[in-house]
Design a protein around this ligand. Sequence first.
Ligand SMILES: *Cc1c(COP(=O)(O)O)cnc(C)c1O
Length: 240
Amino acid sequence: MTEIAASANDVESRISTNLDSVRTRIADAARRSGRDPADILLVVVTKTVGVREILCAADLGVEIVGENRVHEAAAKRDRVGDRVKWHMVGHLQRRKARDAVSIFDCIHSVDSLALAEQIDKRCAAAGKTMPVLFEVNASGEETKFGLSPDETPAVIRQASSLEHIRIEGLMTMAPLVPDPEEARPCFRKLARLAESVERERIPNVALRHLSMGMTNDFEVAVEEGSTMVRVGTAIFGADR
Ligand SMILES: *Cc1c(COP(=O)(O)O)cnc(C)c1O
């Protein structure tokens, strides 16, 4: 065996081991909080990793990958195709909505009514309906994208009349803190916000998904009701 082949196998076995460990930790966190592990989707964040690693993840049963740049995702999707679902998890500029609509199967990061309208318009032209989540800046950090919790219900009410998006949930990014317990209030806030919007029974809105939890805090997020954890570093390593 050549050295190159050997090191490629190392990469694959490392991804396999890491994936097993993440899946086990998600299932354990679910059971701890009385939830069914099957209710939590793992979005494997593949930004900055290559096509080879994505194909490896797909071989290991990964069904959803998350990307944060439209053009990077487009290039990868050209080569990987529909073996996995492609979710947009990063900030999306309005002028890239058309490309995003053609590449992605779900957009987690809708952070304004204007962006929702743009996605709707591009979907109408393409003859499709896009599942979307609204990103909420639950921690209130100035550096973060997202709607404020206060404005979220009104934006969702307004966006609910758009016919080519399907509003399926909320997404947030917790502050990067050394102790994941410190992220818990942020996740709890998102869950409460989703519950209060659900109580309004807005037509065409069913907030089934909470996209929350990353490498540093996904177990706490699952305990607080996450249905989509977005994990990259714990699977591919920090030096990817
Ligand atoms: C990079 C990224 C993730 C994954 O973060 P890790 O800490 O590598 O698990 C999740 N969500 C978003 C929006 C990201 O940009």
